[in-house]
Design a protein around this ligand. Structure first.
Ligand code: ZN
Length: 141
């Protein structure tokens, strides 16, 4: 018998994609694939321009760097454009982070911080997640 394991993550919130040029990328998703943009915003503190495209099961988050030093710049340099991270919705993010830390999960920051769209976010270190950069995010109230 396996112990009952509590579900930590909810559905996929979004897939983060590193791009060189958001406007050019939007042409593909909007004009070719017919997807709908739900917003574009600039996150000055993270050095990023971000655009969201909706699907019926979560969003695509396009990430274009607007500063010289951030994880998206490094992703583009090392691997070029492509999927950068996967984001799951969680509830009670602060409590979840503490629980996961006790299970040995490593994070890229000590605590959750504000992300795009007023969400609270944190990234799990890819070394703890078999090579995937996982973002946990909690909707704003
Ligand atoms: Zn994200």
């Amino acid at each position: 018998m396996r112990d009952e394991i509590e579900k930590v993550v909810e559905e996929i919130d979004h897939v983060g994609i590193a791009v060189n040029d958001i406007e050019e990328t939007l042409t593909f998703y909007e004009k070719i694939l017919g997807m709908k943009k739900t917003g574009v915003q600039t996150l000055e503190d993270r050095g990023l321009k971000v655009a969201f495209l909706e699907t019926s099961q979560g969003e695509l988050e396009l990430l274009e760097p607007i500063s010289d030093d951030n994880p998206i710049v490094r992703h583009l340099e090392r691997r070029g454009e492509g999927i950068q991270h996967l984001a799951f919705k969680v509830k009670n993010i602060d409590q979840r982070i503490e629980e996961l830390k006790t299970k040995g999960v490593k994070f890229l920051a000590e605590e959750a911080r504000p992300g795009a769209g007023g969400k609270k976010i944190i990234f799990i270190h890819p070394g703890s997640a078999h090579g995937v950069l996982i973002e946990l995010c909690e909707e704003a109230d």
